[in-house]
Ligand binder design. Sequence first.
Ligand code: AMP
Ligand code: ZN
Length: 112
Amino acid sequence: MDCLFCKFVSGEIPVGKVYEDADFIIIKDINPQAKNHFLAIPKRHFKLLSEMNKDDEACLGRIFAKISSLQEELCLQNGYRLVINQGEDAGQTVFHLHIHILSGQKMGWQPA
Ligand code: AMP
Ligand code: ZN
């Protein structure tokens, strides 16, 4: 499968990993939309939340818990925003589910 994020996960394309465990990796977004912009990428490839199996659901729960524990590493102390783009209308451009982690500044609400 020709998937950029699968290649980051496997190491086929080298990328700086801020964090890694059995479930997922965290990298810095190449085009940051906030002072700090990370991407949490599950190791198993799937595009949409609607495609998750039971293992993926449990995995995503662990991922959210771990993200919230990485306060210093991800600069979460003053609050943060998590975004998951799903499909065309949301502007999803990489079709391997990922969670945007935005932090380090006050953020407005930008619906479109
Ligand atoms: P989305 O639009 O929700 O699919 O998000 C895809 C994200 O991947 C965007 O924020 C991109 O800036 C980011 N991205 C694309 N290519 C790379 C890359 N080579 N390294 C890090 N982030 C990337
Ligand atoms: Zn993938």
